[in-house]
Ligand binder design. Sequence first.
Ligand code: SF4
Length: 703
Amino acid sequence: KVRTVYAQETIDSVCPFCGVGCLTSVSVKDGKIVKVDGRNGPANENRLCVKGRFGFDYVSNPERLTVPLIRRADAPKDPNFALTFENRFEVFREASWDEALERAAGGLKAAHDRKGGAGIAGFGSAKGSNEEAYLFQKLIRQGFGTNNVDHCTRLCHASSVAALMEGIGSGAVTAPFTAAEDADCMIVIGARPEQNHPVAATYIKQAAKKGTKLIVMDPRGQGLMRHADYGLKFKPGTDVAMLNAILNVIVTERLYDEQYIAAHVDGFEALKVKIAAFTPEAMEPVCGIDAETLRQVARLYATSAKSIIFWGMGVSQHVHGTDNVRCLIAMALTTGQIGRPGTGLHPLRGQNNVQGASDAGLIPMVFPDYRSVENPDIRAEFEDAWGRTLDPVRGLTVVEIMNDILADGIEAMYIMGENPAMSDPDQTHARKALATLKHLVVQDIFLTETAWHADVILPASAHAEKLGTYTNTNRQVQIGRPAVSLPGEAREDWRIIVDLAARLGLAWAYDGVPDVYEEMRGHMTSLDNISWERLENEGSVTYPAEAFDKPGSEILFGQSFPTADGRARIVPTDLVPPDEVPDADFPMVLTTGRMLEHWHTGAMTRRATVLDAIEPEPVVSMNPHDIKRQGFDIGQQVTVETRRGTITLTLRADRDVSEGMLFVPFCFFEAPANFLTNPQLDPFGKIPEFKFCAARIRSAEDR
Ligand code: SF4
């Protein structure tokens, strides 16, 4: 088992960061991780990016929570109090597990006694395993009779899932990103895989190098455009204008697949009517892409034998995010670019288990496998299994929960491994909501900004300390294994949920993680023929799998769609402007996102030595012409302001950022970008408009 002279042991596992799901070998010496290598997994073929390879020592960071903490009776909940690891005992005291669990359960029960299920909500985690996600949503639903349970999928691809469920009856990818190898044409829109899915980006670049045509569409320039045949830097927030113009060309030049539409697709006639006005010439001034380029791109996508579309949060995080995805679905359905090798629709999922957590029912509208909580037959199945009457109404989503707290609704929350005090839009509002809760239980590995507001903190497990399954963006279910021991008294997350359930009076009995997996599988036909034993033997299995001895299906919907009549549906879209457009007071467009070295709110990667050394401080990126025109100096401290807040950070020049735009990553606790962002929601996916709001910038020295 020993692979290097340094390591005493090497454990097969899976990367804890992005949705690519690279398989890893974790080398351990003296109880610490000393090295991580890539393994030959289906999503990475031995490759790793900088995060997977060097981002491991957060696990042994001295700031790990090792003992349960309880808020001191005299510690006020001040949303502006800057709690740190050092001053934590001004606010919290250490407690035994018994006391902490009693206190945690007692506060949740008290809120339930006062208000029933309407008084409770839970946020689970896309960083946790499938089993943790399943148990978490079960605890909220069975324990409190409410569907107020959600997680950060609401902040990333909820609009993609809404459009995909409506259009093709399934919220997951129709083909893995490795299908790029079989494609003749690829569109990458609103995604920056070089930063956010780096190993997936290598497959896209390799395909481009071998001759596959690459079209990159992004209001910000990016490295992938160097490999592209077309790089479309369209105006931010004008996705529908650009995509409807492409659909207009597909229709008017009869580039669609008549036979495919007749056999598989509804809604084409309505689409024809809707997109008639969206001519490339009419949309050119709206989206900023010249009409001829729009025509060429439409022809290339539609007439290539095999075309595939990848997208990310540049598409989904808008008030028109669902409409954006509806356009992409319409492109694939009109041209029949789906259901064959080298074709398909692939929303690049952000977190390591955001696909699996959603599949496991960690969302307020559905039980595991996306089965509606509003369907009485489905509800009856879970009521039988869980022995109680369940909530027949869909629950509140992430941002709605924060709003409900401040409207005197929800009084108590259980948050596992999520950091809404950094990830939610309009942080002043979100942190005020957290501080308003009568009772907050936080289960995490660090004293996150969310934990500042907790009444009880339960010290939990890092990925490298526990067993569990994770489902990547390709629908590949893979096992993560413990490599090192838990620090101090910290416990595995699934055990904490079970311990809490016991104190809520739920008679759960599990022998271990495989036992939880098998129960979950019993409610999820998507996991048919993927037993724990099979996962142990094969390491990675794609769902759905037709039989125990057959590999899972990588390419879906060749024959029909999982809808009531087996047909897909095009939903035509109109132009919906961004919620908050620039004006004289706030003349610039602010967009937020991730960076290569840091992952999401930075709770892990900011505590990883190598990664934080590369990107150690908060920055705002601005076009060099704007910097010169506005009289700033590169590297100076500047203040970025919106109608919701103000942050101060270092100015960076970046030619990829268009003139009139600002880009701020949301991983820096010193200057949280989400103090600035707009909480306005897409009406279908309920996702906030992180990618567009009006902002202004000034020197930090100006008052
Ligand atoms: Fe980890 Fe994603 Fe990097 Fe792979 S690409 S090593 S899964 S962060």
